[in-house]
Design a protein around this ligand. Structure first.
Ligand SMILES: [Zn+2]
Length: 131
Protein backbone atom coordinates (compact mmCIF):
# COMPACT_ATOMS: atom_id res chain seq x y z
CA UNK A 1 0.00 0.00 0.00
CA UNK A 2 1.14 3.43 -0.82
CA UNK A 3 1.27 5.63 2.21
CA UNK A 4 -0.03 9.06 1.42
CA UNK A 5 1.98 12.12 2.17
CA UNK A 6 0.47 14.24 4.89
CA UNK A 7 -0.01 17.89 5.02
CA UNK A 8 -0.06 18.97 8.67
CA UNK A 9 -3.20 21.03 8.13
CA UNK A 10 -5.13 18.19 6.50
CA UNK A 11 -6.93 15.72 8.71
CA UNK A 12 -7.01 12.14 7.46
CA UNK A 13 -10.28 10.78 6.09
CA UNK A 14 -11.07 9.08 9.41
CA UNK A 15 -10.48 12.14 11.60
CA UNK A 16 -12.29 14.36 9.16
CA UNK A 17 -15.31 12.05 9.23
CA UNK A 18 -15.24 11.92 13.04
CA UNK A 19 -14.65 15.67 13.17
CA UNK A 20 -11.64 15.42 15.39
CA UNK A 21 -8.14 16.78 15.17
CA UNK A 22 -5.71 14.50 13.32
CA UNK A 23 -2.52 14.43 15.34
CA UNK A 24 0.86 13.18 14.01
CA UNK A 25 0.32 9.84 15.81
CA UNK A 26 -3.07 9.16 14.26
CA UNK A 27 -3.05 5.36 13.58
CA UNK A 28 -5.30 5.60 10.53
CA UNK A 29 -3.70 8.60 8.81
CA UNK A 30 -1.07 6.58 6.88
CA UNK A 31 -3.79 4.40 5.36
CA UNK A 32 -6.59 6.87 4.85
CA UNK A 33 -5.23 10.20 3.70
CA UNK A 34 -7.86 12.78 2.89
CA UNK A 35 -8.17 11.74 -0.77
CA UNK A 36 -9.05 8.14 0.20
CA UNK A 37 -12.32 9.06 1.82
CA UNK A 38 -14.27 6.43 -0.13
CA UNK A 39 -11.95 3.64 1.08
CA UNK A 40 -12.35 4.86 4.63
CA UNK A 41 -16.14 5.04 4.35
CA UNK A 42 -16.30 1.47 2.99
CA UNK A 43 -14.07 0.13 5.77
CA UNK A 44 -16.00 2.07 8.38
CA UNK A 45 -19.31 0.79 7.04
CA UNK A 46 -18.22 -2.86 6.89
CA UNK A 47 -15.85 -3.19 9.87
CA UNK A 48 -16.27 -0.07 11.99
CA UNK A 49 -13.40 2.20 13.02
CA UNK A 50 -13.20 0.79 16.55
CA UNK A 51 -12.85 -2.79 15.26
CA UNK A 52 -10.21 -1.78 12.72
CA UNK A 53 -8.19 -0.10 15.45
CA UNK A 54 -8.62 -3.09 17.76
CA UNK A 55 -7.63 -5.60 15.05
CA UNK A 56 -4.50 -3.73 14.01
CA UNK A 57 -3.41 -2.36 17.40
CA UNK A 58 -0.61 -4.85 18.09
CA UNK A 59 0.67 -5.22 14.53
CA UNK A 60 3.91 -3.82 13.16
CA UNK A 61 3.67 -1.29 10.36
CA UNK A 62 4.24 -3.84 7.57
CA UNK A 63 1.61 -6.25 8.93
CA UNK A 64 -0.71 -3.36 9.62
CA UNK A 65 -0.34 -2.21 6.01
CA UNK A 66 -1.22 -5.68 4.73
CA UNK A 67 -4.19 -5.90 7.10
CA UNK A 68 -5.44 -2.49 6.01
CA UNK A 69 -5.00 -3.34 2.35
CA UNK A 70 -7.00 -6.53 2.90
CA UNK A 71 -9.75 -4.76 4.82
CA UNK A 72 -9.96 -2.01 2.20
CA UNK A 73 -10.31 -4.64 -0.53
CA UNK A 74 -12.85 -6.72 1.39
CA UNK A 75 -14.89 -3.65 2.31
CA UNK A 76 -14.88 -2.44 -1.30
CA UNK A 77 -16.07 -5.83 -2.57
CA UNK A 78 -18.69 -6.09 0.20
CA UNK A 79 -20.08 -2.64 -0.59
CA UNK A 80 -20.25 -3.46 -4.31
CA UNK A 81 -21.78 -6.90 -3.68
CA UNK A 82 -23.47 -6.96 -0.26
CA UNK A 83 -24.70 -10.55 -0.63
CA UNK A 84 -21.73 -12.32 -2.21
CA UNK A 85 -18.78 -10.20 -1.11
CA UNK A 86 -15.38 -11.88 -1.30
CA UNK A 87 -16.99 -15.36 -1.37
CA UNK A 88 -18.47 -14.60 -4.78
CA UNK A 89 -15.11 -13.33 -6.06
CA UNK A 90 -13.37 -16.50 -4.79
CA UNK A 91 -16.10 -18.71 -6.26
CA UNK A 92 -15.84 -16.99 -9.64
CA UNK A 93 -12.06 -17.36 -9.64
CA UNK A 94 -12.34 -21.07 -8.72
CA UNK A 95 -14.81 -21.59 -11.57
CA UNK A 96 -12.47 -19.76 -13.94
CA UNK A 97 -9.56 -22.00 -12.82
CA UNK A 98 -11.68 -25.14 -13.43
CA UNK A 99 -12.68 -23.86 -16.86
CA UNK A 100 -9.08 -23.04 -17.80
CA UNK A 101 -7.83 -26.41 -16.51
CA UNK A 102 -10.45 -28.18 -18.65
CA UNK A 103 -9.45 -26.08 -21.66
CA UNK A 104 -5.77 -26.90 -20.99
CA UNK A 105 -6.51 -30.65 -20.84
CA UNK A 106 -8.47 -30.42 -24.10
CA UNK A 107 -5.59 -28.60 -25.79
CA UNK A 108 -3.13 -31.26 -24.58
CA UNK A 109 -5.38 -33.96 -26.07
CA UNK A 110 -5.61 -32.08 -29.39
CA UNK A 111 -1.85 -31.65 -29.40
CA UNK A 112 -1.38 -35.39 -28.85
CA UNK A 113 -3.75 -36.13 -31.76
CA UNK A 114 -1.87 -33.69 -34.01
CA UNK A 115 1.45 -35.34 -33.11
CA UNK A 116 0.09 -38.79 -33.97
CA UNK A 117 -1.30 -37.52 -37.29
CA UNK A 118 1.97 -35.81 -38.15
CA UNK A 119 3.91 -38.95 -37.26
CA UNK A 120 1.60 -41.03 -39.48
CA UNK A 121 2.18 -38.70 -42.46
CA UNK A 122 5.97 -38.63 -42.15
CA UNK A 123 7.13 -41.67 -40.15
CA UNK A 124 10.69 -41.46 -41.52
CA UNK A 125 11.25 -38.18 -39.60
CA UNK A 126 10.35 -39.81 -36.34
CA UNK A 127 12.46 -42.93 -36.92
CA UNK A 128 15.55 -40.73 -37.31
CA UNK A 129 14.78 -38.94 -34.07
CA UNK A 130 14.45 -42.19 -32.16
CA UNK A 131 17.95 -43.37 -33.14
ZN1 LIG B 1 -6.33 11.05 11.54
Amino acid sequence: MMVGSRNASQACASCKYQRKKCDPHCPLAPFFPQHRRKDFMNVHKVFGVRNVLKLTKNLGFKEKSEAMKTMIYQADVRVKDPVGGCCRVISELQNRIKHLEAEYRLLLEQLAVCRVQKQAKAPHLYKQQQL
